[in-house]
Design a protein around this ligand. Structure first.
Ligand SMILES: Nc1ncnc2c1ncn2[C@@H]1O[C@H](COP(=O)(O)OP(=O)(O)OP(=O)(O)O)[C@@H](O)[C@H]1O
Ligand SMILES: [Mg+2]
Length: 254
């Protein structure tokens, strides 16, 4: 038990459907991958950590402190941020405003409203730094809804990084992206992640990308962790191979 984020015995049931059946997972600094066929319960793991789904059993700790179940604001205060499988941005707001939202830098004084306070200046500088890192600075003023999906997903990652979180949960960030967009997202993310000592848990179906990014991965299937270890170990694990074949996914390639 040495991870920044620790899940222990997490169980979730929706009606009669046992979606997570005692999930243990340890997420340390750097990238950790979470793989598994459709419907395995991966997004539900994120919903539990972020407090949107209250587990029927188990505990979540961040930095050794237990997180109260079902309290999204409390989790956010512990420095946890996420992205969504389908981007959730405010389409008519600018790219810059959407990233600024991630900072939760609520204007509370006139100086804040006018952008004159130190907090407002720092918030803007942080947003600018991220937009530059992700190659989005020229589009900062455009409504985010005008951007193609790949860029929107990159904006979501920038928004998650904005408040310098400790833990970032990325739900299929590369899904639907071109190889060029994946590079535009992943290179700055890796750089910033290392510099800011982030612990990043990434759900991703692109196993080649997962293997490239993540020294450790865990495979989830029907709400149970089937295997964890290096990518080579996990994708070669007989239960993992069977889960993927059984789910109709092409054989796992190392
Ligand atoms: N809020 C909910 N209410 C009822 N059932 C749910 C809810 N959220 C998820 N489920 C069910 O839980 C199971 C796991 O869903 P989840 O979204 O966690 O899977 P996933 O591994 O993220 O799949 P995918 O790869 O398709 O995104 C599915 O059967 C899903 O229908
Ligand atoms: Mg999902």
């Amino acid at each position: 038990m040495s991870g920044v984020l620790e899940l222990s015995g997490i169980a979730v049931r929706f009606g009669g459907n046992e979606v997570l059946k005692g999930v243990d997972l340890s997420v340390g600094p750097g990238f950790t991958g979470l793989i598994g066929p459709n419907g395995a319960g991966k997004t539900t793991v994120f919903n539990v950590v972020t407090g949107y789904v209250r587990p029927t059993g188990g505990t979540v700790t961040i930095g050794g402190e237990r997180i109260p179940a079902g309290r999204p604001a409390a989790v956010a205060r512990k420095g946890v941020r996420r992205t969504f499988q389908t981007p959730r941005l405010v389409a008519e707001l600018s790219v810059e405003a959407n990233v600024l939202v991630g900072l939760d830098a609520g204007a509370s004084t006139l100086a804040d409203y006018l952008g004159l306070s130190r907090a407002a200046r720092e918030a803007r500088a942080r947003v600018r730094e991220l937009l530059e890192a992700f190659g989005l600075a020229e589009r900062a003023a455009e409504p985010v809804g005008n951007l193609p999906l790949g860029s929107q997903k990159i904006v979501e990652v920038a928004r998650a990084l904005a408040p310098r979180p400790r833990v970032v949960l990325l739900d299929e960030p590369a899904a639907g992206l071109s190889a060029a967009d994946v590079t535009r997202m992943v290179e700055p993310l890796s750089r910033i992640g290392e510099r800011e000592e982030l612990s990043i848990l990434i759900i991703e179906h692109d196993l080649e990308l997962v293997a490239r990014l993540c020294p450790r991965i865990a495979a989830l299937h029907f709400g149970r962790i089937l295997a964890e270890g290096t990518p080579a170990e996990v994708v070669a694990h007989p239960d993992v191979v069977e889960a993927y074949l059984g789910a109709g996914v092409a054989a796992v390639d190392t």
